[in-house]
Write a protein that binds this ligand. Structure first.
Ligand SMILES: [Zn+2]
Ligand SMILES: [Zn+2]
Length: 537
């Protein structure tokens, strides 16, 4: 979840605080944020959080983290604009201490002098950090690719990396996301060729969907819509907000008269409109998903319209995305998505092998540490660096929770701190979901629920009539005599229990649950959620 602490004696700074969207097995959990108990144990030592850029996997945990630990947050202008929106939503903005930083302008936090270095990525205003510590400089790349032609013309500061390399760098922590890809990641501008093809071929309405944070992509689409005489409508809250921020900060310039309200789309001829719409991942409530099933007030997709999905297909979302694409095909729209063809409709924001090697070559660190990736990616990144004799001293593999200790003698792993995930429901930071609840949800979804219902006479304390068993989603129901036997298990439990146990509903419920569970597991190998219910009559 991209949260790294750098500590010197009694001072700690934190680099990024991201969230993760949960895998399917975390049922019904909306977001996952890092467990920051190490920082809370050291709360009086934490001097601030420094942010590399504004993607969710780097800033998404801020509302939760600042709720528990309100420390200053440092970020570039654009990154802080995203952070402000986010904190505002959670009512945390008034008490937040946000400090704007600029690439190339050093600042100090505790004993550290921090130099933000401009890098290029799929988002704008991104930085790496060179952190000057009493025993040397460490560099954290953040997310990056080496894009020689970014759409905002703000160039990757290769010079800064080279200069640090000349002076000597203790450690380099580098983004591993695309280590499996050979060669170079194409520039954001590579998408322009595809967009030109699309704009010149499209005879009717054009819908373009991308991540709302893909500022380069939105700029490209808006620029081309203007060139091709199309009005632009923004559909979706995140798309609108993000474009507004980019306009305010000068990253996107929409000529007067180009932007129209979504309600006015129908007033223009189909060949005169370009709709920027959110929902590239087939999220069920997104603008594009609703338009795909003709359930959007303003965005109507008709026969002959063109829909462009300018983003990658995030693993795990394939089904939702292709279901949406099918709906679009059913409406007889042309759909253009990332199918590997050239020119590309989407390019990655992360460095491929040759770019990773380039930075390692410039920096020539004593220690190299791969970060931001799954274990296999970290491992391959470590191997790539090991192969660069002369450019790298030693390579260290660390995982979440590992402590890497540096001193005059070098670096070594020095134990672990508690880390983990905190699951949050419905995006409100208060709704932390315990592992236990997730386990219950898993039982429910896989094996269903079994409710033994026992009627007890309130006055006499006696069990009235035979127990009932209600089930939902539990597969063994139909099997011969199974329900009868299950009922007998409950009857038997009640018979062997004392009156005292029967009067204590907590005890008798637990006894019934245990006995029934043993019976069901033994006979069906299933583990439904068993919830005894006592009816007082
Ligand atoms: Zn990123
Ligand atoms: Zn990232």
């Amino acid at each position: 979840m991209n949260c790294m602490a750098v500590r010197w004696a009694d001072d700690i700074i934190v680099i990024d605080a991201g969230l993760m969207f949960p895998e399917a097995e975390l049922l019904g959990v909306d977001i996952v944020v890092p467990d920051i108990s190490y920082l809370l144990e050291n709360r009086e030592r934490v001097r601030g959080i420094i942010l590399t850029h504004g993607h969710e996997d780097h800033i998404g945990a801020l509302p939760s983290v600042l709720t528990d630990l309100n420390v200053p947050v440092y970020g570039t202008e654009f990154t802080l604009a995203y952070v402000e929106n986010k904190l505002e939503e959670h009512g945390l903005l008034d008490n937040a201490d946000l400090i704007e930083i600029e690439p190339g302008k050093r600042f100090t936090v505790g004993p550290f002098t921090v130099n933000p270095i401009r890098v290029t990525h799929s988002l704008v205003d991104c930085v790496a950090f060179a952190i000057h510590t009493p025993i040397g400089v460490i560099i954290h790349t953040g997310d990056f690719k080496v894009d020689p032609t970014p759409t905002d013309n703000r160039l990757f500061d290769l010079h800064a990396f080279a200069e640090y390399g000349k002076e000597g760098v203790l450690a380099l922590f580098q983004d591993s996301t695309n280590v499996e890809r050979p060669g170079y990641t194409p520039s954001e501008r590579a998408v322009r060729r595809k967009f030109e093809e699309v704009f010149s071929m499209t005879e009717r309405r054009l819908f373009i969907s991308c991540f709302s944070s893909s500022i380069h992509r939105i700029k490209l689409a808006v620029d081309m819509a203007f060139e091709y005489g199309r009005k632009v409508a923004l559909v979706g809250r995140s798309m609108t907000e993000s474009t507004e921020i980019a306009q305010d900060l000068g990253y996107i310039d929409i000529p007067d008269g180009t932007l129209i309200h979504p309600g006015d789309i129908k007033k223009y001829a189909p060949e005169k409109v370009c709709v920027m719409i959110s929902g590239t991942q087939g999220e069920p409530m997104s603008g594009l998903s609703r338009a795909a099933v003709d359930n959007h007030k303003h965005a109507k997709i008709e026969k002959g319209d063109t829909v462009v999905l300018s983003s990658r297909i995030i693993p795990g979302n394939e089904k939702a995305i292709y279901r949406m694409v099918d709906h679009l095909f059913r409406r007889e729209a042309h759909v253009i998505y990332d199918d590997g063809s050239n020119p590309p409709v989407h390019v990655s924001g992360h460095a491929s092998q040759e770019e990773l090697k380039l930075i390692i070559n410039l920096v020539k660190p004593q220690y190299f540490i791969p970060i931001h990736g799954e274990y296999r990616q970290l491992k391959r990144h470590a191997e790539l660096a090991k192969g660069m004799h002369g450019a790298v001293g030693s390579v260290m593999m660390i995982e979440s929770g590992d402590i890497l200790e540096f001193d005059e003698l070098g670096a070594r792993k020095a134990g672990r701190v508690n880390v983990g995930r905190v699951c949050i429901d419905s995006n409100s930071m208060g709704d932390v979901v315990e592992e236990l609840i997730i386990r219950d949800r898993r039982h429910l979804s896989e094996d269903g629920i079994v409710l033994p219902i026992i009627a007890i006479n309130k006055l006499t304390g006696r069990v009235e009539g035979p127990p009932e068993i209600v089930t939902r989603g539990f597969a063994a129901v139909g099997e011969n005599g199974f329900m009868n036997d299950a009922r007998n298990v409950v009857v038997n439990t009640l018979e062997v229990s004392s009156d005292e146990e029967k009067r204590d509903y907590g005890v008798i419920k637990e006894k019934i649950r245990q006995d029934l569970k043993r019976y069901i597991v033994k006979n069906t190998s299933r583990r439904p959620l068993i919830m005894p219910v006592i009816l007082e009559i």
